[in-house]
Design a protein around this ligand. Structure first.
Ligand code: NAD
Ligand code: DAU
Length: 368
């Protein structure tokens, strides 16, 4: 049976990739993409679907409960996939309020709307789903030999960002337990891929190499993250919507732990190789050190550590594997290659998102 999805945060990094994934795989479904278009949201991320008859973009804030209720009714939405969030840890340290507003109050506004329309008005009491997209950061930090995070690892969020996500996870859980809302939650590890905003490590390093700018490594660079290609996150959510049990949470990850310094060195090496193989890049990015046959690694600069920086994240995806049959489709080798190629082919996209407000934030951050 075809579905009608409401996707919040549809113009952001993972939300947009999810919309592309879903519309390609399920062309019979209708997708309503909602986004407030904050600095991180970009309508251009939805260019390839915006004119399709089964897609509708709605420019709205998730805090606007009336609009969400109207959409659930008028579009007869049966599946809400909730990505919208303030997502950058560094911004949550310099300005936590927006994180509490969107991630906690915004999620609660969606829960209230879903409960009112699907349950109280009985528009769809039996066949609805509220899927909440969360993060592995809610589990806190791991020591080098700790086992990876499982669904039963106690919550111990360390940043205002992860604390706000943890609060939203608890609210989602409570709306199932108390009111019977049909919810599922996924906690995923670090994503990378197309449309990743260049304030985050991987796209920041790629774009800084092209402009001969320093590659800032926080602290000693030995912090570990567990990287997953973004369409494999969409695939995991797809399996949860299809086979996941209501009220359950699922950890999504690809068993791919990297120290920050190693991933930055790898990107430097791959970028240097791209410049050697493709002479056109030298004309397009003449200031890049790789254009002069130099070594991009020389741009690595150790800077002051992130306050409260979590040392290691790692996901144990056993439950998703055993219950849903989840196995990521992309290896890190194929995923990082696709990502680099996408950034090299989409210069106008990343130049357009690095606008005035982004530059202002970077200047404050690094005093440039
Ligand atoms: P992002 O910052 O790229 O995108 C967030 C989107 O939400 C933007 O389009 C923004 O405009 C929109 N938004 C923000 N506030 C809003 C509001 N009040 N109303 C409506 N829209 C609003 O983030 P992302 O990296 O795509 O992350 C998406 C979700 O996935 C988040 O919930 C995040 O916590 C979670 N997550 C991210 C990662 C990761 O590695 N990026 C990993 C695990 C989980
Ligand atoms: O683990 C999932 C989380 O991954 C998501 O919930 C977040 O929304 C997402 O932003 C991401 O959080 P991180 O803080 O892990 O991602 P970020 O790209 O900001 O940083 C990755 C690592 O690199 C982290 O250890 C900090 C470090 N770093 C980051 C930047 C931007 C640097 O060393 N230098 C940098 O300039």
């Amino acid at each position: 049976m075809s579905k009608v999805l409401l996707v919040t945060g549809a113009a952001g990094f993972i939300g947009a990739n999810f919309v592309h994934y879903w519309m390609e795989k399920y062309p019979e479904d209708r997708v309503v993409g909602l986004d407030a278009l904050t600095y991180a949201g970009n309508i251009a991320n939805l260019d390839s679907v915006k004119n399709k008859s089964n897609f509708l973009f709605v420019h709205a804030n998730i805090l606007d409960q009336d609009t969400i209720e109207s959409l659930l009714r008028s579009e007869k939405v049966d599946t809400l996939v909730h990505f919208a969030a303030e997502s950058h840890v560094d911004r949550s340290i310099s300005g936590p309020d927006a994180f509490l507003e969107t991630n906690i109050m915004g999620t609660h506004s969606l829960l209230k709307a879903a409960k009112k329309v699907w349950l109280d008005e009985a528009l769809n009491p039996l066949n609805h789903r509220f899927h909440h997209v969360s993060t592995d950061e809610v589990y806190g930090t791991l020591k080098p030999n700790d086992p990876p995070f499982s669904e039963t690892t106690p919550y111990a969020p360390n940043s205002p960002y992860s604390a706000s996500k943890a609060a939203s996870d608890h609210l989602v859980r409570s709306y199932h337990h108390t009111y019977g809302l049909q919810v599922t939650t996924s906690n995923c590890s670090n994503n990378y891929g197309p449309f990743h905003f260049p304030e985050k490590l991987i796209p920041l390093v790629i774009t800084n190499i092209l402009f001969d700018k320093a590659l800032p490594i926080y602290g000693d660079g030995q912090q570990i993250r567990d990287w997953l290609y973004v369409s494999d996150h969409a695939y995991g959510i797809d399996l949860i919507l299809g086979k996941g049990e209501v009220g359950e949470t699922y950890n999504i990850g690809g068993i791919n732990e990297w120290a920050n310094i190693d991933i930055v060195k790898l990107i430097c090496k791959l970028m240097d190789e791209s410049f050697k193989q493709n002479s056109e890049l030298k004309d397009r990015f003449p200031s890049a050190i790789a254009a002069m046959n130099g070594n991009s690694e020389s741009l690595i600069t150790f800077v002051k550590d992130r306050p409260g920086h979590d040392r290691r994240y790692a996901i144990d995806p056993k439950k998703a594997n055993e219950v849903l049959g989840y196995v990521p489709k992309d290896s890190f080798e194929t995923g990082i290659k696709k990502t680099l190629d996408w950034y090299l082919s989409n210069e106008s996209w990343w130049k357009s998102v690095m606008d005035g407000s982004y530059q202002e934030w970077v200047s404050k951050q690094y005093g440039e």
